[in-house]
Design a protein around this ligand. Structure first.
Ligand SMILES: [Ca+2]
Ligand SMILES: [Ca+2]
Ligand SMILES: [Ca+2]
Length: 412
């Protein structure tokens, strides 16, 4: 017992010394956690001990430093009266995050924040903001208000992990700043294990980068639309896409999938089934844009997979079903049908295009500087080598062997 008390005192003493020697870490330790317990939306302090999402954000905004909000399962519908679209103090319309913050949901299927067509859903001014495990849907940013139908960021860092951003839009107005139907990024945006689907804007139906960069890992951007530039993603000054799927986005007058005039990198990604009524269907380098692409499929996008005048660099192991992307590396496959199956749930948190067993993408990829899994989290490689694109096909025969062995043992 004495020994235990001594241990506790020693730990306390160590903690005090640690605090004095590292003031910054002690301040960090004082971060608050707010747990939301009411799905209603009040633009005034809620009654009794209720904590609605807007109130939790208010508390976190007013408490210096980074804080955390726990957002349990539920549908949180925004309803706080909106009399001006430019209110940025979290009292009306969109939820204004003014400080560093982590919002942690119970899972994208369980925790849903619904903009109710009132305004965009989240308007972010904090330097470092993270959101995980939630759906952000039905936001609507007004025209001429610098976009972001689901989320608008300022010049800070936003990370989305296991988030679905769906059915948000920027109101049709044709203003050049009506960008980012799902996410309008003006800083640094990192998207992991997430889905950006069925959003709409004049420019960048799914995502728009008007800031420093967007990086997309193990995520799917699908079914987004634009009337102007870029149905899926407007890459702006720079874009990195790894182990991801860009599928079934469309544009009326711009590129269906991705348009960018910055420095872009795409690795182990599948870009397919995007379309444009009058422009390039898949990927387009705008003026000054560059793309380094490796181990990726760009195929079956309308009539034209790629457009570029300069700046297209194949680092090999790419696959196209026609020959428009400048895939001139000896390891590239051109005029080759990737034999993709439809976009659907193939395991993991996001939808993917599986490969048919006759796909030339199977085992035709590279092992150099590759990642240990595919988009779903399936370990790579399966079979004789890495597959091209976001999906790694594992032989059904291999998967069935343990079951057959088990059955045969049980009968003896
Ligand atoms: Ca705070
Ligand atoms: Ca606002
Ligand atoms: Ca393989």
């Amino acid at each position: 017992m004495c020994h235990k008390i001594f241990q506790r005192e020693a730990v306390l003493a160590a903690a005090v010394i640690f605090c004095f020697s590292s003031f910054l870490l002690c301040v960090t330790a004082l971060a608050d956690t707010y747990t939301v317990n009411d799905t209603a939306d009040y633009n005034f302090p809620p009654p009794d001990d209720r904590v609605c999402l807007r109130y939790a954000i208010d508390q976190a905004n007013n408490h210096p430093g980074s804080d955390t909000i726990i957002l349990p399962a539920g549908i949180y519908v925004l309803s706080a009266t909106i009399s001006t679209t430019t209110e940025n103090n979290n009292k009306q319309g969109d939820l204004d995050i003014l400080d560093d913050l982590t919002i942690s949901g119970a899972g994208a299927e369980q925790t849903i924040v619904d903009g109710n067509g009132l305004d965009r859903v989240f308007d972010i001014y904090g330097d470092t903001v993270s959101m995980s495990g939630m759906t952000i849907r039905n936001g609507k940013a007004p025209t001429g208000d610098f976009g972001g139908g689901g989320i608008r960021t300022s010049n800070g860092n936003l990370t989305l992990d296991k988030v679905i951003v769906s059915n948000n839009r920027v109101a049709a107005g044709g203003d050049a700043n009506d960008y980012g139907g799902g996410v309008g990024n003006n800083g640094v945006c990192t998207i992991i294990n997430s889905t950006i689907a069925n959003n709409e804007a004049y420019k960048g139906g799914g995502l728009s980068n008007n800031g420093t960069s967007i990086a997309i890992f193990m995520s799917t951007v699908s079914g987004n639309t634009s009337t102007g530039l870029a149905g899926g993603i407007f890459g702006g000054n720079g874009l990195t896409i790894v182990n991801s799927t860009i599928s079934s986005n469309s544009s009326i007058s711009g590129t269906g999938g991705i348009y960018s005039f910055g420095a872009n990198t795409i690795i182990s990604t599948t870009i397919t089934n995007n379309s444009s009524a009058s422009g390039t269907d898949g990927y387009c380098n705008g003026t000054g844009g560059t793309l380094s692409v490796k181990n990726s499929i760009i195929a079956q996008n309308g009539n034209v997979n790629c457009c570029y005048s300069t700046g297209m660099t194949s680092n090999g192991y790419n696959l196209e079903d026609t020959d428009t992307c400048g895939f001139t590396n000896a390891s590239d496959l051109i005029n080759s049908d990737p034999k993709l199956l439809t976009l659907q749930n193939n395991g993991g948190p996001t939808f993917t295009h599986a490969l048919q067993s006759s796909s030339p993408a199977i085992d035709a990829g590279t092992s150099v500087f590759m990642f240990g899994t595919d988009q779903r989290g399936q370990k790579r490689p399966c079979g004789a080598g890495y597959d091209i694109g976001a999906y790694e096909k594992c032989s059904s025969l291999l998967l069935f062997i343990p079951a057959i062995t088990g059955n045969s043992k049980s009968t003896h």
